[in-house]
Design a protein around this ligand. Structure first.
Ligand code: GLY
Length: 568
């Protein structure tokens, strides 16, 4: 309960950081994002976008830049960037080859299905959310080294040395970061039973140096991924976790592997979309929603108009119901992906939709109820001068993960175990509930919503896009693609535009407040939709890159954060 309050406060804090646009979209002047000729990185921090860009300027490719950007986010964006989390990457090489990397966290070997239940079988949610028992075996370092091994062109030392320099010279604390550090200070001290680097009192504009992280990165440069999984850094991690009551062992670290996966691929009119496969629900749900809405003429209905909102909402309702039942770690759960994203099934799924009246979620029969994830994730997109494109979403799960900090490494550790269903039918920290396919098992990967996505148009790379936002990730990526494709927006306008979200249960449509036409909201109410403008002041924080007709790149860096597009 206590931590549910923390979560709500976090959301409020996130909200208070946002600058409300002064104009509604109807009077919004179209805005182009940063435009570059050849290469670009869009991420949550300018420092990370710059370091990734510099690597490409030195002749590195998008994959080299990925390694640098991811580690720079671990330095400058500890809210979601770390060495102690995990993520997913979808790529499209210049020659058209596509693929995906899964470096999602895993349950430790000693994890059990009921590990978060008390003697009465009730979920003790704090245990999966805060502190050492909430931590999944981290995948980040295995992920960046897998990318480097397969596609890297520059030596690791050349790629990571600028990141070491950033950690040593420090990054400038933004207003949004200061508010978050202040907010979490007491919890950092409580969980760590001591102060930590990030529990100091900061002012906006202060410089924060993370010397310990610089030292860890130097060891990783020298020893590679094994430094983290079998070396000194791994031992420091395991000692810290076990000292605080966690169950991760050296064997867990040694057994961790990032996995190359086949991405989900589907078409939407003349677009070909490549997105993340399970253990993320992102690609499957995105495919289901887009295939369900494809027969409808959204551009005729208009952006954020009643009929458009209805069609998208009804498709989301049906896709999220399926997510709850069918999706989990593909190494543990058989998932009928081809059927789920196939046209016959999806046509049948939308057969009872009517513009006259909202479908009730209680009428969508799926038997199980989904688990959802937090919004403290981050996304970055990269395109290089060779024509390679990547889309990467990474997470610690909650803000600063479990809040357990590893001072001798210089990083926070995730609380990704909360993305499992602790018990079918019982809400997680976000008031949402989960299903059997996503039950805890040793070495299993917890279900995610992260949706790093690449879009091709007429066989060529067209867009790289993704976002944080927990269960709203999928619907935010969807709306951003539609904003460009159906409503002709620039990339910047597409990421800035007001968003809405439906996830089957609870049966409400969540809108970013005061940005939608009240007459449209009233017309939706009359058709039976429950409108919620209170729960979430912002939905997603999308970053993307779009190829313009003249071949230049436009960055879309979401106004909702400190996100920045940099390139050349
Ligand atoms: N923890 C957020 C996600 O994986 O979707």
């Amino acid at each position: 309960m206590k931590y549910t309050v923390y979560f709500l406060l976090t959301i409020l804090l996130f909200i208070s950081c946002k600058k409300t646009p002064e104009k509604a979209l109807s009077t919004y002047t179209p805005l182009r994002g940063n435009i570059t000729q050849k290469a670009m990185v869009v991420s949550a921090r300018e420092e990370a976008s710059k370091i990734g860009t510099e690597i490409m300027k030195k002749g590195g490719n998008a994959f080299d830049a990925m390694v640098a950007t991811e580690m720079a986010l671990a330095v400058a964006y500890p809210f979601a960037g770390s060495l102690g989390g995990g993520g997913f990457m979808v790529y499209r090489k210049a020659d058209g080859e596509t693929g995906a990397l899964d470096y999602r966290e895993k349950a430790p070997l000693a994890a059990t299905k009921d590990m978060y239940l008390d003697e009465n079988g009730e979920v003790v949610s704090e245990k999966s959310q805060v502190g050492a028992l909430a931590i999944g075996v981290p995948g980040t370092i295995a992920g960046i080294f897998a990318v480097h091994k397969k596609f890297g062109t520059l030596p690791i030392e050349e790629i990571l040395t600028p990141v070491v320099a950033l950690a040593n010279r420090g990054f400038v604390i933004t207003e949004k970061q200061k508010l978050r550090f202040d907010h979490f200070k007491d919890l950092f001290i409580e969980v760590n039973k001591d102060t930590i680097l990030f529990a100091n009192s900061f002012n906006t504009g202060d410089t924060l140096k993370n010397k310990q992280l610089a030292i860890t990165l130097e060891r990783i440069i020298k020893n590679g991924a094994s430094e983290f999984y079998t070396g000194e850094t791994g031992k420091k991690l395991v000692n810290r976790v076990q000292e605080y009551g966690g169950i991760i062992t050296m064997e867990d670290l040694a057994k961790y592997e990032a996995k190359w996966r086949e991405p989900v691929r589907f078409t939407y009119n003349d677009l070909s979309i490549i997105s993340m496969s399970p253990p993320s629900s992102g690609g499957v749900c995105l495919a289901q929603i887009m295939k369900m809405i494809e027969p409808y003429d959204l551009s005729k209905y208009g952006h954020n108009q009643t009929k458009t909102i209805q069609v998208i909402t009804e498709a989301e309702r049906r896709a999220y119901a399926d997510r709850s039942f069918y999706l989990g770690d593909p190494d543990f759960t058989k998932i009928p992906i081809d059927t789920l994203i196939g046209e016959p099934y999806l046509q049948e799924r939308m057969a009872d939709f009517s513009f006259e009246k909202a479908t009730l979620s209680s009428a969508i029969n799926c038997g199980m109820i989904p688990g959802y994830e937090s919004d403290e994730t981050t996304h970055y997109s990269i395109v290089d001068q060779f024509g390679n494109a990547i889309s990467v979403t990474i997470t610690l799960n909650g803000a600063y993960g479990s809040k357990l900090y590893a001072p001798e490494i210089g990083t926070f550790l995730n609380n990704e175990m909360d993305d499992f269903s602790a018990k079918p039918g019982v809400p997680n920290m976000f008031g949402l509930i989960g299903a059997e396919a996503n039950a805890i098992a040793p070495e299993k990967r917890m279900l995610s919503s992260m949706t790093p996505t690449i879009v091709e148009k007429e066989g060529k790379f067209w867009m790289s896009v993704g976002t944080p936002g927990g269960s709203t990730i999928i619907t935010s990526v969807l709306q951003t693609i539609l904003n460009v494709k159906e409503f002709g927006m620039t990339m910047q306008d597409a990421v800035n535009a007001p968003r809405f979200h439906h996830q089957w249960l609870p049966d409400v449509v969540v809108f970013e407040p005061n940005l939608f036409d009240t007459a449209i909201l009233d017309s939706l109410r009359q058709k039976g939709y429950k409108i919620d403008e209170e729960t979430s002041k912002i939905i997603g924080k999308v970053d993307g890159i779009l190829v313009l007709p003249d071949g230049t790149l436009e960055g879309g860096a979401d106004r909702r954060g400190d996100d920045t597009a940099v390139g050349f």
